[in-house]
Design a protein around this ligand. Structure first.
Ligand code: ARG
Length: 460
């Protein structure tokens, strides 16, 4: 017979189809540790309100401890007959305490309980996600440190644009992650509000102390409006935005790594431990980690859409639709905790092909801008400089030459501005070093950037 928290006014039992539709214990069981935490705090507040004797409180806390132990040991398990995590745990309490177990439900509802549990679960897991993000940042930063002076082809439109420090490019993937961590910290400030005490929607007529409960559970404050408190899932939606944004950042990094590892680029070689083979082509070494990082961003974005669509148009206060808030949240947490360590491993073990990067950095006339800017320093209008260098590039293409290979005569033929000293700017190291203003790709600035990032990450 199914365990129900609401049997009193019903004559027959629920239809099987209803039970199957409504049961959530198969996915909300992971909230059990948080539900038990909240139950302990609630037991204490009932005691302070004079609704549990000292002795009853002791027995209640003892039973909750034992239930927690039994859950951890796998001795106590939810069954298909338990509707949700709250129902299952109340069964466990009744099995241990008899009628006393039924006293804990006073002054609270599953509506404020589930909202509290999910906040506790998320605040806890967000801390783990932040640690995993810091590990990925650390992996990117140590590669960046090693390659601060390694020139690489910098691209726009996936076309060679200007040479950059490869370290600069790697750090360009760290900054978004730093913003993600910052977003999660800021998220926590708003998530740190306790719904417990709101009851079903209106608060309780019993002399409870929501502020004390909030403090005991590590929240900053109790919710100021009981109706908002049981209906609000902003914290879940906002977390899912943060998760989706992280997913997008990992996807872009993943896409770059897929390109870098290709035969056409050969910028990096992936470690065997972080690449996969083919069942038919013996030579293959595939970037599956990077591809899964790219692929799984889709489900993170999907989770955010699921949440927003669920919330849109719900009247106050609790509606059963809100049970749909949990699976997207759990899936996003699981996905991030799965993807982040794999990407960190991929990045920290990849070998950078410095020679290939350096040799292809000037390809595609990537130093053309430097040439035009030299003319500007000599007083030529940029518009004319741009035009003259453009002609020079075409001349080179037609004659199958690189900018650096031109003779004095050939240079002079294209434009009188091209005196032999222009060849001085036609080297990649000089082009990097010249971009030495704040935020530029000069290796010295990259090292400054690294110091600042490391400081920021330490604070995080
Ligand atoms: N299991 C429900 C949920 O996850 C909580 C129960 C509230 N149910 C109710 N009928 N008021 O949202």
């Amino acid at each position: 017979k199914p365990m129900r928290l609401w049997g009193g006014r019903f004559e027959g039992g629920p239809a099987d189809a209803l039970t199957r539709l409504s049961v959530s214990v198969q996915f909300d069981w992971r909230l059990a540790p948080y539900d038990l935490l909240a139950s302990r705090a609630h037991a204490r507040v009932l005691h302070r309100a004079g609704l549990l004797t000292e002795e009853e409180l002791e027995r209640m806390l003892g039973a909750l401890d034992d239930l927690e132990r039994a859950c951890k040991a796998g001795e106590f398990r939810p069954t298909v007959a338990d509707e949700d995590v709250h129902t299952a745990l109340e069964r466990g309490l009744l099995e241990r305490l008899g009628t006393l177990g039924g006293k804990l439900r006073a002054g609270r509802s599953r509506n404020d309980q589930v909202a509290t549990d999910l906040r506790l679960y998320l605040r806890d897991h967000v801390r783990t996600i932040v640690s995993r993000l810091v590990e990925l940042e650390t992996a990117l930063m140590s590669q960046a440190e090693e390659h601060a002076s390694t020139a690489a082809p910098g691209m726009t439109h996936l076309q060679h644009a200007q040479p950059v420090s490869f370290g600069h490019q790697l750090l360009a993937h760290v900054h978004p992650l730093t913003r993600d961590i910052d977003r999660l910290r800021d998220w926590d400030r708003r998530a740190a509000i306790s719904p417990l005490g709101s009851g079903a929607l209106a608060g309780s007529s019993l002399p409870l102390d929501p502020t004390a409960v909030a403090a005991e559970l590590g929240f900053d404050a109790a919710a100021p409006n009981s109706m908002d408190a049981v209906a609000d899932r902003d914290f879940a939606a906002e977390f899912l935005f943060c998760a989706a944004m992280i997913g997008v950042h990992l996807s872009r990094l993943g896409e770059e790594i897929v390109l870098w590892a290709s035969q056409e680029f050969r910028w990096i070689e992936m470690d065997d431990a972080y690449s996969t083979g083919s069942s038919i082509m013996p030579q293959k070494k595939n970037p599956d980690v990077a591809e899964l990082a790219r692929g799984k961003s889709g489900r993170l974005i999907g989770a955010l859409m699921t949440m927003l669509t669920t919330l849109k148009g719900l009247p106050l206060t609790y509606n059963r639709d809100l049970q749909e808030d949990k699976e997207p949240v759990f899936d996003a947490v699981d996905t991030l905790l799965l993807v982040l360590p794999a990407v960190s491993g991929l990045v920290s073990t990849m070998r950078v092909n410095t020679a290939k990067l350096e040799s292809s950095a000037p390809d595609g006339f990537a130093l053309a801008t430097d040439l035009a800017e030299l003319l500007v320093r000599k007083g030529v209008a940029f518009r004319d400089a741009h035009e003259a260098v453009g002609h020079l590039v075409v001349w080179c293409q037609v004659n199958d030459k690189d900018l650096g290979e031109l003779t004095d005569d050939e240079l002079a033929k294209v434009s009188p501005h091209f005196t032999p000293d222009v060849r001085d700017v036609l080297n990649v190291a000089g082009a990097l070093a010249a971009r030495k203003a704040y935020g530029g790709t000069a290796p010295d600035r990259v090292m400054d950037q690294l110091v600042a990032l490391r400081e920021a990450v330490d604070v995080q």
